[in-house]
Design a protein. Structure first.
Length: 65
């Protein structure tokens, strides 16, 4: 779980996005974004697609696979 959180946080940082800005752009709640970044939860597949699309990143960048 921590690996995804670290990658997601790093991608937000690289794009100079706050969690609040990302939440607004992606349509994911701020509380959910916070839980993902802090490693308390991992998103379902459909949410991963939304995260990837919003960030414009590859699956490898997001998931490390």
């Amino acid at each position: 779980m921590k690996e995804f959180a670290q990658r997601f946080g790093k991608l937000l940082e690289e794009r100079n996005l706050t969690q609040k800005e990302f939440a607004k752009q992606s349509g994911i709640t701020e509380s959910a974004v916070s839980r993902y970044v802090n490693g308390f939860r991992e998103p379902f597949y459909t949410t991963l697609v939304r995260i990837r699309t919003t960030l414009g990143c590859s699956w490898e960048d997001l998931m490390g696979e």
